[in-house]
Every structure is written in structure tokens, then in C-alpha cells.
Design a protein around this ligand. Structure first.
Ligand SMILES: CC(C)(COP(=O)(O)OP(=O)(O)OC[C@H]1O[C@@H](n2cnc3c(N)ncnc32)[C@H](O)[C@@H]1OP(=O)(O)O)[C@@H](O)C(=O)NCCC(=O)NCCS
Length: 217
């Protein structure tokens, strides 16, 4: 049913306008849903185990927000699925103050430390209108299994809209800024984040690939 309405709205601009009017408050920036939409789609989520009462859920009914089994949103986490789905796997911990803006997917066992930002969208930057009036585009971010993001990490989807992928078991250093794919089983640090260690399966330990200072310089 929802799919049929969405499909019809995509092909009919008048219907799209009406739905938009019914779903969203006019101000600010037409991105906050009306109170009755919030009451039906968002309010019940606060009674779900694992979601802190102080988490901010900016959810729209036409995109998905999934939080897997035993996963947790700690205090002051913000989830926004206005531009794309936010899908979080099982046994995932999202640390205090983190902001996640879809389109973002995370596989099981990911660990997101405090004050991380994962941004799966971009808006236009041309100085032709206020930036919030410029068109937005999705830039999906995919975190593989057991990806760990150090505190303060920023993960920014690619501007060309192709998915940014952090491979399984990769670890990102505190305060890093990730703008490119990170291969599985690697440690990346810095701004922009670069791989400094990879997991050696024979030695069963992380092995440095080259001095970080040379890479970051
Ligand atoms: C990335 C991290 C996991 C690497 O740990 P490690 O394997 O022990 O790495 P090392 O300490 O051997 O550091 C390797 C190199 O990376 C550099 N480095 C480590 N972390 C860095 C960071 N966050 N930013 C920039 N450079 C960093 C080190 O200075 C070192 O450089 P050098 O080889 O030139 O001396 C760790 O430093 C880190 O940032 N952990 C996150 C901690 C965190 O956020 N905890 C929250 C828990 S909820």
C-alpha cells in the first residue's frame, strides 16, 4: 500500500505536494513532521528497549528506520531518515551525542563511540540561494560487520552518490574524517582517514603498513 502511494506520488506532482503538506510542518525548512505524524510514527519508538528517552528521532514515514536486536541508542543520539533509510543491525552500540543522517546501513556488532557523525546526504552549495533551499542528494554510507568508529569520527558519504563502504572489522581512529572507502580488516586514522595498519592473519596481529606521519604529511 505504502509503496503504491509512493509510486503514485513520484509520478504525480500535485499528489506529492498534497502528501508533503499533510506530512510536514511548513517551518522551519519543511523538514519536521506534523505532530500527528510524529505521534503515530515516532512516539511509540521511545518505548522500545534500547532507545534513550533523550535520543532525537527525526523520522519520516516513507523511509525506514530499523534498530536491530539488543542494539542501543545512548543519550542525545540523533537519527534522521528524511533523505534515506537508517538500518542498524544487531548488537550495535551508538554512543552518546552521535548524529546519523540516512542513507546509512550498519551490519551487526558495529561500535560507534561518542559524538560521531555519519552523514549519508549532501545539499547543494552554490551561492545562488540559501543552502537549505538547494536540492539535496543521497550519498549512502555502509558499515560492514563489527566496524568500530573512534570518538568524534566524521563519516561523510561521497558527493557523487556512490556508496561509501567501510569494510568488515575495520577500526577508525578518534577524530578521523572518513571520505573514501576503507578496506576490511584495517585501521585508518586522520583527516582524511588513511589506512595505517592491516590485520595479518598469519601473525594474528595488526601490522603497520607505513609511518602515519609520512601519510598524513
Ligand atoms: C586508531 C586506534 C584504534 C589505533 O590504535 P593502535 O593500533 O594501538 O595504534 P597506534 O597507537 O600504534 O598508532 C599507530 C599510528 O597512528 C597514529 N594514531 C593513532 N590514533 C590516531 C588518531 N586518532 N588520529 C591520528 N593519528 C592516530 C599514532 O600516532 C601512530 O602514529 P606513528 O606510527 O607515526 O607513531 C586508536 O589510536 C584510537 O584512536 N582509538 C579510538 C579510541 C576511542 O575513541 N575510544 C572510545 C571508546 S568508546
Amino acid at each position: 500500500m505504502k509503496e503504491r502511494i509512493l509510486k503514485a506520488a513520484r509520478n504525480n506532482s500535485k499528489l506529492k505536494q498534497v502528501l508533503h503538506y499533510l506530512l510536514f510542518r511548513r517551518k522551519p525548512y519543511q523538514s519536521n513532521v506534523r505532530w500527528y505524524v510524529w505521534l503515530i510514527t515516532t512516539f511509540p519508538r521511545y518505548f522500545r528497549r534500547g532507545i534513550s528517552r533523550s535520543a532525537r528521532l527525526d523520522l519520516v514515514p516513507f523511509n525506514r528506520f530499523v534498530l536491530g536486536k539488543r542494539s542501543k541508542l545512548e543519550k542525545n543520539v540523533t537519527i534522521n531518515n528524511g533523505m534515506g533509510d537508517v538500518i542498524i543491525g544487531d548488537d550495535v552500540q551508538i554512543g552518546i551525542g552521535t548524529v546519523i543522517i540516512g542513507k546509512v546501513t550498519m551490519k551487526n556488532y558495529c561500535g560507534v563511540s561518542q559524538y560521531v557523525r555519519i552523514i549519508g546526504m549532501h545539499h547543494g552549495l552554490d551561492p545562488v540561494a540559501p543552502h537549505h533551499d538547494l536540492p539535496c542528494s543521497t550519498s549512502p554510507v555502509h558499515l560492514g560487520e563489527d566496524v568500530f568508529l573512534g570518538t568524534g569520527t566524521v563519516v561523510m558519504g561521497k558527493k557523487d552518490g556512490t556508496p561509501l563502504v567501510l569494510g568488515d572489522y575495520c577500526r577508525i581512529g578518534a577524530n578521523s574524517v572518513v571520505t573514501t572507502d576503507i578496506p576490511p580488516y584495517s585501521i585508518a586514522v586522520g583527516n582524511p582517514a588513511r589506512v595505517v595498519k592491516t590485520w595479518n592473519f598469519d601473525l594474528k596481529k595488526w601490522v603497520s603498513i607505513v609511518g602515519v606521519k609520512e601519510l598524513v604529511a
